[in-house]
Design a binder for this molecule. Structure first.
Ligand code: SF4
Length: 348
């Protein structure tokens, strides 16, 4: 809930706006889970709130901790429908990767979430709640949030926008430390550009060729490369922010030199970064393989020699299958169909 929504809930309470600000601070900044903890509220208000309302957090279905400090949670909000979030501590900052939907309708061929199908959108509370759960596990403050867990954030537009505002206004994060990742929902990229939020936009590109993208990502049949790149140019123009193109390197599928050349050509002049992600083995029955280091080096060299800014994603949490969805996949029951999901983690 936003502060204004909390104030509404307080109704006739004197100084409702002040009380709402206090409650928001306890929930979003201090991680309070009971009104009884909110010691700067009058005692009778704490009691009446506690009798009517609850500060509902998420429940943990499963937790895994990696030797490199990565923590991964499978959580739910009472209905046992699990979704995942990951805590990613780095030396200079702490980041987290959160989900925007339970399941996903996009059907990307390298990701078993797509195979498992879509269940439902997460509401803004469930999105921000993942951060609050992870913050409890982290001795350091989580400063960065990336929407790269389960789901396509731009297909849950209103809840994602509300959660971004809650992160900024209530949790106190900078928009510049929030990254929304999309497979390329063109109308929603344009809509997002109009919000004028200085967040970071990441596009899962994975190939510059329509025929390859069509095969890997069904979304490309609706919004092919030319349309996607034109929306990206509009986004950069409207926001002044550069875009990150996430590029999954799959041996002989997306890592060929002609694709590196075409990629460099097609994004020429667009302020952007290409983030290379060598494929992590996830069995989606497509026979995809991780390219050798040499092939990765060659692909990168072609881009760099064409003047493209390139980074390579740091991989974390290997020992706990920290790629999104792998925990949901191993959870017994309804969600066992999701053997594994996204193969990637946020960049360092
Ligand atoms: S990669 Fe992302 S958008 Fe594609 S199916 Fe997986 S969760 Fe959905």
């Amino acid at each position: 809930m936003t502060r204004a929504e909390i104030a509404d809930l307080l109704g006739e309470e004197p100084r409702a706006n002040v009380r709402a600000a206090q409650i928001a601070k306890w929930v979003y900044r201090k991680g309070a889970t009971r009104f009884g903890e909110m010691t700067d509220l009058p005692e009778n208000l704490r009691a009446s709130l506690g009798a009517t309302w609850q500060v509902s957090g998420l429940a943990i279905l499963r937790k895994q901790e990696s030797t490199d400090g990565v923590n991964k949670l499978l959580v739910h909000s009472g209905d046992q429908q699990g979704f995942e979030c990951v805590l990613l501590p780095y030396s200079s900052r702490v980041s987290c990767c959160i989900s925007s939907q339970v399941g996903c309708a996009m059907g990307c061929r390298f990701c078993a979430t797509g195979l498992g199908g879509f269940d439902r959108n997460l509401d803004a509370g469930e999105i921000v709640g993942q951060y609050l759960m992870l913050q409890r596990l982290s001795p350091r403050r989580i400063s960065h949030v990336v929407y790269m867990g389960m789901g396509e954030p731009l297909l849950n537009y209103d809840n994602v926008i509300k959660s971004l505002r809650l992160f900024k206004d209530e949790v106190g994060l900078s928009y510049r430390h929030m990254t929304v990742s999309t497979v390329g929902i063109v109308p929603e990229i344009r809509r997002l550009a109009n919000e004028k939020l200085p967040i970071h936009l990441a596009i899962s590109l994975h190939s510059p060729f329509d025929e390859v993208r069509d095969r890997l990502m069904p979304v490309n049949r609706k919004w092919p490369m030319a349309e996607l790149l034109s929306a990206c140019r509009e986004y950069v123009e409207a926001t002044g922010r550069k875009i990150t193109f996430e590029y999954l390197l799959i041996e002989e599928v997306t890592d060929t030199e002609d694709q590196a050349e075409e990629l460099a050509r097609s994004i020429k002049g667009l302020p952007c970064l290409v983030n290379l992600i060598p494929f992590n083995h996830v069995d989606t029955e497509q026979g995809f393989r991780r390219p050798s280091r040499n092939r990765v080096r060659r692909f990168r060299a072609v881009l760099e020699s064409a003047g493209v800014n390139v980074s390579q994603r740091m991989e974390r949490g290997h020992d706990i299958s920290a790629a999104c969805g792998q925990l949901a996949g191993s959870h017994a029951g309804k969600f066992a169909k999701r053997r594994s999901l996204c193969t990637v983690l946020p960049s360092s």
